[in-house]
Design a protein. Structure first.
Length: 362
């Protein structure tokens, strides 16, 4: 992805990778208690880092006795200071619900946060200064444009350089783009996706991630065809990576896409969960440059002890990872989120200072 920030969606644990070599390590950056800002929420789905501030969505299911809200953790004088940006009362008054369902695709849009919320099936914005939430593109508008019988928003979302959101609506199976308040359009139609990926009458499925490179080419992984598509700024569609391209490197029998992320180093990273490897490639030459960046063994060897990578981002020249299943902490999406930093002593302090994060995920 490309922007000033990087959304890290469906999160519960984030990790920073030290280098593209065997034996990489990672440590905690932000504690779960700071993310929860005094125990005000749980089930941490998304976040976005901007400068020295990290923002988080917390779903807050009533069965857990906690509240849905948005928190932030600031680096003030080298200390992490957590606070609540959007209270549960603000969210309840605006949405009519005390919970947020899979608030995904979290990103920055000017002075607001933007995300897709699965309970309302709408795109929302939250004013960073006041915490006031606004239904930016309602469900009814999305449905009227998509032409589907319902609306279903997933976590394969991306924030554009202008602060709009690209999202996949999986009822009508269109790739869509917000275009201001109460406005959206179809960016790539179901028919176009079927033709591109060779799906015949089967439905496309962009459920895990998408990203823009520096040339504003949009990439996504299609779960039906196991191939990665690309849309150029002029609308031209092409296959960036085929199933054969990927399995030739992973030695797997199939492909399953996780998050896709364009990093400041000029490479595109994605999690291939059929073999649990983090892959990367140069967008100027996708198939010839494709390689394994981090293996499942390296993921398991770290403190999260998991290969369930949900999203990726960037911190001080290093890749960040999020997963939501941590042995000994919880199960499924109720595990505590943790950021971790590279092991070298120069990055040993657990502050948010010096963040060089490129936009967003998932």
């Amino acid at each position: 992805m490309k922007n000033a920030t990087r959304v890290l969606a469906a999160l519960a644990v984030a990790c920073l990778i030290t280098a593209p070599a065997m034996g990489v390590g990672y440590k905690q950056l932000v504690s779960s208690s700071n993310v929860e800002a005094g125990g005000t929420g749980d089930r941490h789905w998304s976040n976005v880092l901007d400068g020295e501030t990290a923002y988080f969505t917390l779903n807050g299911f009533s069965s857990d006795g906690k509240s849905a809200n948005i928190t932030k953790v600031e680096n003030l004088g080298g200390m992490q200071v957590p606070s609540v940006v959007m209270t549960n009362a603000q969210w309840s008054a605006a949405s009519g619900s005390t919970t947020m369902t899979n608030a995904l695709g979290f990103g920055l849009s000017g002075n607001s946060l933007i995300f897709a919320e699965g309970g309302s099936d709408s795109i929302w914005k939250v004013d960073i200064a006041t915490g006031a939430p606004t239904e930016y593109v309602p469900k009814a508008t999305i449905q009227s444009v998509s032409g589907g019988t319902a609306v279903q928003l997933g976590n394969g979302n991306e924030t554009t350089s202008t602060g709009e959101m690209v999202f996949f609506e999986s009822s009508a199976d269109n790739l869509m783009l917000t275009a201001g308040v109460n406005s959206t359009s179809i960016l790539v139609s179901k028919t176009q996706l079927q033709s591109l990926h060779g799906l015949g009458t089967s439905a496309p499925s962009i459920v895990s991630g998408m990203t823009y490179d520096s040339g504003q080419n949009l990439y996504w992984g299609d779960a039906t065809s196991d191939s990665m598509g690309m849309r150029a700024p002029d609308g031209t569609l092409s296959i960036a990576l085929s199933t054969v391209d990927i399995t030739a490197v992973t030695a797997g029998s199939s492909v399953t896409f996780g998050d896709v992320f364009y990093a400041p180093d000029g490479l595109i990273y994605f999690f291939e969960s059929a073999t649990d490897n983090i892959m990367r490639f140069d967008p100027a030459s996708p198939a010839p440059s494709l390689e394994i960046f981090m293996t499942s063994a390296e993921l398991l060897a770290g403190p999260m002890a998991s290969t369930n990578v949900q999203s990726m981002g960037w911190y001080d020249g290093n890749l960040t990872l999020h997963t939501y299943q941590v042995p000994g902490v919880g199960s499924g999406n109720v595990a505590s989120p943790l950021y971790v930093v590279p092991e070298p002593s120069v990055l040993a302090l657990l502050g948010l200072g010096g963040l060089a994060l490129i936009r967003r995920r998932r």
